[in-house]
Design a protein around this ligand. Structure first.
Ligand code: URA
Length: 429
């Protein structure tokens, strides 16, 4: 079959700072998905996009072209209103686990199509797979039935949903082309629009542990995604939230599930509870349930009941013991003082090196690996006090994890005058 364009012409247009036409975008995304545009050509084009950017019309067209490569789900037959949330990725971000049952406990349907770890950030599916028996793959029929009965589903997107993103995501992970507003926005929003949710709440992370480290870039990402969702008929709002410090006190798959269950039992670290409640309020509002009180659902056990039903429905045993690492080591404070910084990216990289993330696509993550935070910014510490606990089944990993953490903790005489707010801003149209 003769092709409408030449991949090299498309690459050169963007390399030289030009605009891609609608026809060029439609062709290149489709031809890459069909295997006609080679991996090295798409890798050159994505790098040109990282360096030259795209305007709003190009991003919207790129997103539509990605959606057109696959199927679209339709939950309009459900008796419950659908609402979803998506995080741009962070360290220790286990909010999906308590949030999904909290929102479903008020009668909404939450179809969480989640991903696996990308770079130093963790993936929700990897976390849930530390629960014995739990399975991430559901057919569309199983997903729809579970949404109607339980209201909550966390599962992997099927192979037919935005196949272009499946290939692009893996390519970007290994070619230094993740951190780009057009590429992140189109990747996330193509999946969310194709998934067919009526409303969407975005958690756009900003700080060292996020893909967007500075506020201006994170704000631009949030605005772009809100505009893409709104134009596609999805009621979309975004919260900009802090990711300079890991969320909660655990980073790593089974460790994070344990913490999420503490939150569902009415306890857990205050920052995790606060973020779950802030996101839940937005989701419930978007679903037409503005008077629902998420904190009450955590306190009275109704969210825990939905969690138990959700885990069971996907073959998991919510009562089973979670796996525990064979070895632990502690990092010790060297001086007295107050913690002024605990760097999220360094902790994410350390957890990854202990086995919580993948070095290559085909690697298996270790459920037990990770880092426990024994202190947080603002806490006072004494020299000799343990500040971090490392968990792994492979003690040879400790040395490289310690290297990643060399400058992660900053202790000073005076603590920070104020801590950054967890929710920095709210973006809506
Ligand atoms: N999450 C996604 O789904 N895509 C990205 O590009 C980054 C985070």
């Amino acid at each position: 079959m003769s092709e409408a364009f030449d991949a090299v012409d498309v690459i050169v247009t963007k390399r030289d700072g030009g605009r891609l036409s609608d026809a060029q975008i439609d062709w290149v995304v489709d031809a890459y998905t069909r295997g006609v545009v080679a991996e090295e050509q798409m890798s050159a084009l994505t790098m040109a996009i990282v360096l030259r950017g795209m305007d709003r019309a190009e991003i919207a067209r790129w997103t539509s072209a990605m959606i057109a490569t696959g199927e679209r789900l339709d939950f309009s037959s459900l008796s419950r209103p659908t609402v979803d949330k998506h995080s741009t990725g962070g360290v220790g971000d286990k909010t999906t686990l308590p949030l999904t049952p909290v929102v479903a406990s008020f009668g909404a349907a939450v179809p969480q199509l989640s991903g696996r770890g990308l770079g130093h950030t963790g993936g929700t599916l990897d976390k849930l797979e530390s629960i014995p028996g739990w399975r991430a793959s559901l057919s569309t029929e199983e997903m729809t039935a579970q949404l109607e009965r339980v209201g909550a589903v966390v599962c992997a997107a099927g192979p037919g949903l935005v196949p272009a993103d499946r290939r692009l995501y893996a390519l970007r992970d290994v070619t230094g082309t993740v951190e780009s507003v057009p590429l992140i926005a189109s990747s996330i929003m193509s999946k969310k629009i194709a998934e067919g949710t009526a409303s969407l709440v975005l958690d756009v992370k900003v700080g060292s542990g996020a893909f967007m480290r500075d506020l201006a870039a994170a704000r631009e990402l949030a605005r772009t995604m809100v505009a893409l969702g709104t134009d596609a008929g999805v009621r979309t709002v975004a919260l900009l939230t802090d990711m300079s410090t890991p969320l909660g006190l655990t980073v790593g798959n089974a460790l994070e599930v344990r913490e999420a269950v503490e939150v569902l039992a009415g306890g857990g670290p205050p920052d995790v509870v606060a973020l779950v409640c802030a996101l839940a309020r937005e989701m419930l509002d978007a679903a037409g349930l503005p008077d629902a009180d998420p904190a009450a659902a955590l306190a009275d056990g109704t969210a825990m009941d939905v969690w138990t039903a959700m885990v069971r429905a996907q073959g998991g045993d919510p009562e089973a013991c979670l796996p525990v690492a064979a070895e632990t080591e502690e990092i010790i404070a060297e001086t007295d003082g107050a913690v002024v910084l605990l760097d999220a990216r360094a902790v994410g990289v350390a957890a990854w090196r202990l086995g919580a993330g993948r070095a290559r696509k085909e690697d298996r993550v270790r459920a037990t690996a990770g880092v426990e935070l024994l202190v947080r910014p603002g806490d006072r510490v004494r020299a000799g006090q343990p500040v971090l606990r490392l968990h792994t089944d492979t003690p040879a990993c400790f040395a490289r994890a310690r290297e990643a953490l060399a400058d992660a903790l900053v202790v000073a005489h005076q603590g920070p005058a104020t801590l950054p707010p967890l929710v920095i801003d709210r973006i809506a149209v």
